[in-house]
Design a protein around this ligand. Sequence first.
Ligand SMILES: Cc1ncc(COP(=O)(O)O)c(C=O)c1O
Length: 375
Amino acid sequence: MSKLPNVVASVFSTMSQLASEYKAINLSQGFPDFSVDKRLIEITENVLQESVHQYMPMAGYEPLLQQIATLTKKQYNRIVQVSTEILVTAGATQGIYTTLQALLSTGDEVIVLDPSYDSYEPSIIMSGGIAIRIPINNDYTVNWTVVDQACSFKTRMIIINNPHNPTGRIFTQADIEALEKILEKYPNILLLSDEVYEYITFEQKHISINTREKLIAKSIIISSFGKSFHITGWKVGYLIAPKNLMIEIKKVHQFMVFSVNSISQVAISRYLEVVTLEDIAPFYQKKREYFNNLLSTSRFKLLPCEGTYFQVASYAAISEKSDVDFCKWLTIEHGVAAIPNSAFYANGKDQKLIRFCFAKRDITLAAAAEKLISL
Ligand SMILES: Cc1ncc(COP(=O)(O)O)c(C=O)c1O
């Protein structure tokens, strides 16, 4: 019997496969097609020559944990305890899965706001929990009254993702305050805050849960070096959680992964000494503007993108097809792959919206735009 009977091949792999089959430009899956910072390559080459090839400490390479603590202090003015509050994970995905395995009991409910990243629900189910998926409003704002009404003594956790994939939106101060009120009202509910796009924000920065005094004691905050340093294939991330929760999370981590890839951890810790994280946002902002300008004469209507490297577009003026059929048609007939937004909803809600990833070289974006403006 399948533990995940409703899980089929994800739309991300389907679209990528279709893109490669039809040699389409792949703006579907969220990964960069440009080269990695040369400094990181050089550092890694040097690291390879050292004696770094054996198991690392379970929670992470000590200098990397130190760097993460320094970064968290610098970015969010939060002091984290290196030995008890940080865990290096094999990407954010493992951080999320491990957290849920450690902290959920059978029958616990977890609130997930749709559209949502596709790993949340299967990870909840595998942990014995029940995902309560609440669609956000059509304008991509959250109705916190509905979230409040969905909470009960059965609710163990709320998952948020800020900046948000796929909508590209970030929470306002009012959103965070509304969330704080709910968590005050239900003191047993934990918060899992997926902030993997924390360094990719544009007109304004996102409000990290690291900065919220009221929430820190009940929050697990997820980060990904894959997203921040354009190295999604390295699969290295980390999570920050208070000691009491981290004790449980580490118990699962040690039997699931034990310790994350040694070479990557050493290389990233050294890279953190030289990299300027502030450069990431303007780099992607330029890409967003480049892509959006190219599409300005198209019939796509672009929705606001405040963060992440995803641009949501309405194709309502072009076609009446469902978003899945539209994406297939776009890939097969016009050579550009994108992701249908319905894939991020439990109920497959189709709003004639698709998601483009603009973490691509300008030449890739230009070639895709040329095809898109002809529609
Ligand atoms: C919202 C969100 N969370 C987590 C992840 C996974 O990150 P990682 O590659 O570090 O596992 C992704 C990747 O697309 C994502 O979009």
